[in-house]
Design a binder for this molecule. Structure first.
Ligand code: ADP
Length: 397
């Protein structure tokens, strides 16, 4: 079966068409600047030349129509008709407390996605438009919602509660959820297979270190804690997000700088993290270059980022009373051997030992700990699209 994976961001749409017989990617692409001047499509059919089209796209509905047209085009298409698409898997940001698993879309599911607009104001509306546009363009084809919050729903109450008046949980479902769920779910499962761990009992920590960064602890593949909270702002230091912070900082900046709460939150989401500390960039490659040139603020940003990851690994090891494997994934986790090494230097008390030669590999699946290491440490490339496609196939087959 061929499965189309759709990931609608606030003004973008990423897609992949995957042949599930061999999990090969038939085509993938990106639409950017939806609803903004200069919207365009970049379509990459496997084995054919890349195709680009600039076109005014006012909504995600226009974008979906353009993507489907590209997929069936006689020159740069990869299928003869959209009838060949067996199902569509949609990445959906937030399901609140309603769903802890992927689900075939019906009216109730769409209602829940709509009810969660408050919790995911940038993504849930786009996700719903994407679903409805695919329903209109491919009537009768199963649409599956794969929620970014689903993995975190397995967290026990002690991990998801905020210590605030309980009525806010009852009234608004105000609690910790966690994000990057498809990545944490995929990488934890792949780690279990790759490191040959007991699938029922193994204790795994996944460090998803990209521009957005989060960390999860799972036992037997079930999440017991994860670092993002009600929104992706909580937890690790990220490219532009502060991660954990004393909420009084919001009040302090608002009062001193004459800003509203929304404006300060915007600063914590978009102008903080390693960008905020370094003043150099949100991109870790730029941070590294500045570190190599002796830029003290870039070094401070890198050190704080690494320290926070190590601190969370320590906390999650306590949460699980042990850890069998630690996995690194996403842009930094898959590629940056130096960061993996620096993080693991904090973990020698756990008996973690890194093999420098193995750790020199980039962007591939590799065991980077020595045979003597008490904890297996791996780098596993994440693949959120494949994870969504597998979830979709499991529901429709
Ligand atoms: P997101 O999906 O959250 O945008 P990614 O997982 O793509 O983030 O990660 C982006 C980060 O990964 C950037 O900070 C970038 O510097 C870093 N990165 C990507 N590729 C490499 C690489 N080859 N070497 C080092 N860092 C990399």
């Amino acid at each position: 079966m061929k499965i189309l994976v759709i990931n609608c961001g606030s003004s973008s749409l990423k897609y992949q068409l995957i042949d599930m017989n061999d999990e090969s990617v038939l085509a993938k692409g990106l639409v950017e600047r939806i609803g903004i001047e200069g919207s365009n499509l970049v379509h990459k059919p496997t084995g054919k030349e890349e195709y680009k089209e600039a076109k005014v796209m006012e909504s995600h509905k226009d974008a979906i129509e353009l993507v489907l047209a590209a997929l069936v085009d006689k020159d740069h298409g990869v299928i003869a008709s959209t009838d060949e698409i067996g199902a569509v898997g949609h990445r959906v940001l937030h399901a609140g407390t309603k769903y802890s698993d992927s689900i075939i879309v019906n009216d109730d599911v769409k209602k829940v996605v709509r009810e969660c607009f408050d919790l995911g104001p940038l993504h849930n509306p786009a996700n719903l438009i994407g679903i409805e546009a695919c329903e209109a363009a491919m009537p009768g084809t199963a649409q599956v919602a794969v929620f970014d919050t689903a993995f975190g729903m397995a967290m026990p109450q002690k991990a998801y509660l905020y210590a605030i008046p309980y009525e806010y949980l009852d009234k608004y479902s105000l609690r910790r959820y966690g994000f990057h769920g498809t990545s944490h779910s995929f990488v934890s499962k792949e780690t279990i297979k790759f490191a040959n761990l007991d699938p029922e009992k193994c204790k795994v920590i996944v460090c998803h270190l990209g521009n957005g960064a989060s960390i999860s602890a799972s036992i037997g593949g079930k999440c017991v804690d994860t670092s993002m909270g009600l929104t992706p702002l909580e937890g690790l230091i990220m490219g532009t997000r502060s991660g954990d912070i004393d909420p009084t900082v919001v009040q302090f900046i608002a009062n001193k700088e004459g800003k509203s709460v929304d404006e300060v939150l915007n600063i914590l989401n978009k102008k903080s993290g390693v960008l905020g500390i370094s003043g150099v960039s949100s991109d870790f490659r730029d941070i590294d270059k500045a570190c190599a040139e002796g830029n003290e603020r870039a070094i401070a940003a890198r050190d704080a980022f690494i320290y926070r990851v190590a601190k969370y690994i320590g906390a999650y090891t306590a949460a699980m009373n042990g850890v069998d494997a630690i996995a690194f994934t996403a842009g930094v986790g898959e590629n940056n051997a130096e960061y993996r090494k620096l993080i693991c230097e904090y973990l020698t008390f756990l008996g973690v030992e890194i093999d420098d030669e193995a750790n020199s590999h980039r962007g591939e699946r590799v065991l980077i700990s020595t045979p003597n290491s008490k904890v297996k440490v791996v780098a596993i490339p994440t693949n959120e699209e494949l994870s969504i496609a597998r979830e979709t196939l499991a529901l429709v087959k």
